[in-house]
Design a protein around this ligand. Structure first.
Ligand code: TXA
Ligand code: MG
Length: 310
């Protein structure tokens, strides 16, 4: 795989590959993503193939500015504007009725589209250089842990893309928060880099609850996801000699002491999973974090990574 430091020249080269229908791995502030020109259905189709991802699981369209965002949706309701002003660019994705020109392959045939404006300067520069939106899922194989460093990228993905732009470690470390904004109040479909509390503060109203079976609103919300190869078990305490990560554990070759701050914890979680998984162990233990709202995204990812395989 060709890993290249992100520079003006390599960003221009990446945009050139994308314009020709090629795929490029790009850094974002959340996780690394595998990018295709969202206006080219054949390129987007290859993203699904390379990831081994089912076609009905839609992709997030990444834009560089509000003008580009407005070309992808049927309209922006007035109450959504404050969310855009506050969190874009940033780790928030909003789902809105789609513009007719968004290809069906991007949205999995849904009448809605998920849009996000990444905060990473490299991601923004690539989109600006291409002058078109990008479809960018996380750059992991389906059901595996998302990469937060270039070195995490699976060789199958690395070999299938024209280049991997290396932008260093991702600062947020978990995926964006996906919010269904097709009705008011909006609902969180996937917790992530922007907390529920931050969104509620901007809207001045509590977020709606997902209806029972509402997981189907976000077809990507498979219960098992983000999983390492090893079996991940959530425990109260890591016993001496075990492989795992937690707040109390003594740091060692196969143990990691995690930050007590949920934002710092999220930033290192996937790196810790990738590193411990590298050792090829059968079981990784994770000490259960506090059950408070600030930990919602971390709990979601730990739960999905620990779901036994079907
Ligand atoms: O942080 C992120 O969002 C990363 C980086 C690379 O930007 N991208 C990412 O994409 O996590 P992906 O494809 O791994 O996850 C997209 C999620 C899935 O859960 C999918 O079901 C949901 O967004 N989604 C996409 N379009 C949707 C739609 N129209 N309605 C509901 N959910 C949608
Ligand atoms: Mg993903």
């Amino acid at each position: 795989m060709r890993i290249v430091a992100a520079t003006h020249a390599s960003i221009r080269e990446a945009a050139q590959y994308l314009a020709e229908g090629g795929l490029v791995v790009i850094p974002t502030e959340t996780v690394y993503g595998i990018a295709a020109d969202a206006t080219q259905p054949a390129a987007v189709r290859r993203v699904f193939e390379v990831k081994g991802r089912p076609n009905e699981n839609p992709l997030i369209v990444h834009v560089a500015d509000v003008t580009m965002l407005e070309t992808q949706v049927a309209g922006v309701p007035e109450w959504v504007r404050p969310l855009i002003d506050r969190f874009m660019p940033g780790p928030l994705t909003v789902v809105l009725p789609k513009a007719p020109e968004v290809p069906d392959i991007v949205t999995g045939g849904l009448p809605t589209v998920a849009v996000r404006m990444p905060q990473h300067p490299v991601a923004l520069s690539v989109i600006s250089a291409l002058e078109r939106p990008l479809a960018v899922p996380s750059a992991n194989r389906f059901m595996h842990v998302s990469p937060t460093k270039a070195e995490h990228i699976d060789s199958l993905i690395g070999e299938a893309v024209a280049m991997v732009l290396d932008g260093g470690p991702c600062s947020i470390g978990v995926e964006s928060t996906v919010v269904d904004a097709t009705s008011f109040p909006p609902k969180v479909l996937r917790p992530g880099g922007v907390s529920r509390g931050m969104i509620q503060e901007v809207l001045g109203t509590p977020l709606g609850e997902m209806p029972p079976g509402g997981e189907r609103r976000s077809p990507g919300m498979y219960s098992r996801h983000y999983a390492p190869r090893a079996k991940l078990l959530l425990v109260k305490q890591i016993p001496p000699g075990a492989v795992g990560f937690g707040f109390e554990v003594e740091p060692g070759p196969s143990t990691v002491r995690m930050p007590r701050d949920p934002v710092a914890y999220a930033a290192s979680l996937y790196d810790v999973l990738h590193r411990l998984d590298q050792a090829g162990v059968a079981v990784i233990l994770a000490e259960t974090p506090p059950e408070t709202p600030a930990w919602e995204a971390v709990h979601d990812r730990l739960r999905k990574a620990s779901e036994p395989s079907a």
